[in-house]
Design a protein around this ligand. Structure first.
Ligand code: HAM
Length: 433
């Protein structure tokens, strides 16, 4: 049987690969306007980075990581031997932990004036149950800002994400921006205890997962999809009532900057997000038209303790990531997917086989001049060459016949207007351009 791609992965065929490149470029163009510069980090990292950074109790780390083993270490495991934790690797389930590690390891904060602002794009891997909008390999574009805890960073980040989605063509009325504050290490412990007590008081109505998680991470119960758990959590204490003065003031300032920028948002005190590193601001952008449950097209927030958790110097941080595939679904659902405008600039056709070497040379020169050029490689008739040119979306066809070549010319046909005129071969690039 033919080998197929792994479940939950997709092939990006040329039209989509083109759109991904456009999406990435457009995102980086927006991010650069806010001072973010591109960074690339490995797609696999030491497993410990994710365990310490994202949190051992999160679904992402406890259930959804793909682990990478060298052949030698796989052999050790199969033989029941131990593999040193330093040579245990995992495919990155998200970009933040790796980027923060790279900033620490390369001393970027020390080298430059903080904040350090970086942007990234690429594949992430989560062993989730695949469904519409939920893949095992998916692409994100994201930003991380390290070294500043001012609410302006959070606000400009949220504004930037919204601006990007709008510029992409996702209608404003289809998007919902949810914001919340998760508090900090000073005020969250008491809140956690209150939520824990609430869950314990209703333990008989909660699912096994929520009961099991109550010790390590009771807040995850807000995200549980079980109806009974949702009912219990509807009356749970809300973080907004537990924020200390500094967190409250930080949150209010973020909101006031969003107000001033005319950004519509909803405060959602149950928004807790699935990664443990967040402190203070969290946000999520959802599409209301989503035909599946996977309606979050992006999200992020502040993580003032993450750098320390992975062994770096205390450094506040803020960032977000946007899901490429879910953005495409949102565009499709809104009927706003831009047209794919691929086509070659010029097709070089020959009337007789004898002219093929010359056509090859003309094509080469036009390519060197910067044009997208194609020619027949399979001995087609002139009629079939025109069919191929049409298929390739050629703007022009240069016909090399015996008479034309004798005069050092080609007959150039504009494929849209069907106008034809004689053009000296040396002038082809300039005329087509
Ligand atoms: P996240 O919410 O886990 O955050 O992912 C961000 C976005 O990636 C989601 O809103 C969604 O659009 C997309 N996404 C996540 N999982 C999948 C999947 N299995 N299939 C398709 N798309 C998916 C983060 O990853 C954080 N690192 C964001 C962040 C950056 N926070 C601070 N800095």
């Amino acid at each position: 049987m033919a080998i197929t791609r792994p479940e939950g992965t997709f092939d990006m065929l040329p039209a989509e690969a083109r759109f991904w490149a456009r999406y990435r470029d457009a995102a980086f163009q927006t991010f650069e306007r806010y001072g973010y510069q591109a960074i690339e980090t490995p797609v696999f990292e030491k497993t410990d980075l994710f365990v310490r950074g994202i949190g051992e109790a999160t679904d992402v780390v406890s259930k959804e990581m793909f682990h990478v083993l060298s052949g030698g270490n796989l052999g050790k495991l199969v033989a029941g031997e131990r593999v040193d934790s330093r040579s245990r690797f995992s495919l990155r389930p998200e970009g933040t932990a790796g980027v923060v590690r790279a900033i620490a390891q390369n001393g970027l904060i020390e080298q430059g004036a903080p904040p350090v602002k970086v942007a990234y794009a690429g594949p992430m891997f989560r062993a989730e149950r695949p469904q519409h909008g939920r893949q095992r390999q998916f692409n994100q574009v994201g930003i991380e800002c390290l070294g500043a805890d001012d609410p302006t960073i959070d606000a400009e980040g949220i504004i930037m994400a919204m601006r990007f989605f709008l510029s992409l063509g996702i209608p404003a009325q289809n998007m919902k921006l949810l914001v919340n504050s998760m508090g900090c290490e000073a005020c969250r412990p008491a809140y956690r205890e209150a939520v824990k007590a609430h869950i314990e008081a209703h333990a008989q109505d909660m699912c096994d997962d929520c009961r099991r998680r109550v010790e390590i991470n009771p807040l995850r119960a807000f995200d549980c999809k079980e109806e009974a758990c949702q009912q219990v959590m509807a009356s749970a204490p809300l973080i907004v009532d537990w924020l200390d003065d500094e967190c409250r003031s930080h949150y209010e300032q973020v909101l006031s900057y969003l107000d001033a920028a005319g950004i519509a948002y909803e405060q959602d005190a149950t928004l807790v997000r699935g990664l443990d590193y967040y402190t203070r601001t969290v946000f999520e952008i959802q599409v209301s038209t989503a035909t599946s449950g996977q309606n979050a097209i992006g999200g992020g927030g502040r993580y003032d303790k993450l750098m320390e958790q992975i062994g770096g110097k205390p450094t506040p941080g803020f960032g977000f990531a946007l899901g490429y595939e879910r953005s495409v679904i949102a565009l499709q659902e809104a009927g706003a997917m831009p047209e794919d405008a691929w086509g070659v600039d010029l097709f070089v056709a020959v009337v007789e086989d004898a002219a093929r070497a010359q056509a090859f040379d003309v094509a080469q020169k036009c390519r060197d001049a910067g044009l997208r050029v194609e020619l027949d490689h399979q001995g087609r008739s002139l009629k079939s060459q025109f069919k191929l040119a049409d298929k390739l979306g050629a703007a022009y066809v240069a016909i090399l016949g015996p008479d034309e070549l004798a005069a050092g010319q080609a007959t150039l046909r504009n494929m849209e207007t069907h106008e034809e005129r004689a053009v000296p071969l040396s002038e082809l690039p300039a005329v087509v351009q």
